[in-house]
Design a protein around this ligand. Structure first.
Ligand SMILES: [Zn+2]
Ligand SMILES: [Zn+2]
Length: 140
């Protein structure tokens, strides 16, 4: 698999279909996709991260959002966090990452009694899917 194909598959996987369908992040995703696909062949750090993702090395590691173990089939996004021994590769469930970005917009946040748990993230996913299915935008 070429580095560009690897990068393109990564971004296909990390897109939240509901968000893209709702038109909320399309510009951002396209920008990130262009940047990441470009960086995958020019930036060795980005390329290494993509290869780790492709190898599924996130399975069983705790999500940086909900702290639950990430499953083989979960969609994930890589990040780097400061640990006791310096920077460490960490992972988000995609839904847990999106919770902090659009959780409030979809009513899945502390204002509405939700915490930062996996259950809240999955509630956000179902609301995103319902929004996409209805072809509607959130009230804001
Ligand atoms: Zn999570
Ligand atoms: Zn809120």
């Amino acid at each position: 698999m070429s580095d560009q194909v690897l990068a393109a598959r990564f971004f296909d996987a990390v897109q939240m279909p509901g968000l893209v369908a709702a038109g909320l992040v399309e510009d951002g995703v396209q920008h990130l996709r262009r940047t990441y696909v470009r960086d995958a062949v020019t930036n060795p750090v980005a390329l290494r991260q993509l290869r780790v993702w492709a190898a599924g090395e996130f399975a069983g590691k705790p999500c940086i959002g909900c702290d639950e173990a990430i499953g083989d089939d979960d969609q994930v996004s890589p990040t780097v966090a400061m640990g006791d021994d310096g920077p460490q590769r960490r992972w988000w469930h995609n839904e847990c990452m999106m919770l902090g970005i659009v959780g409030h917009q979809y009513g899945v946040c502390g204002c509405h009694g939700f915490d930062k748990s996996r259950a809240s993230a999955l509630e956000l996913r179902s609301r995103l899917q319902a929004t996409a299915a209805a072809g509607q935008y959130p009230a804001g």
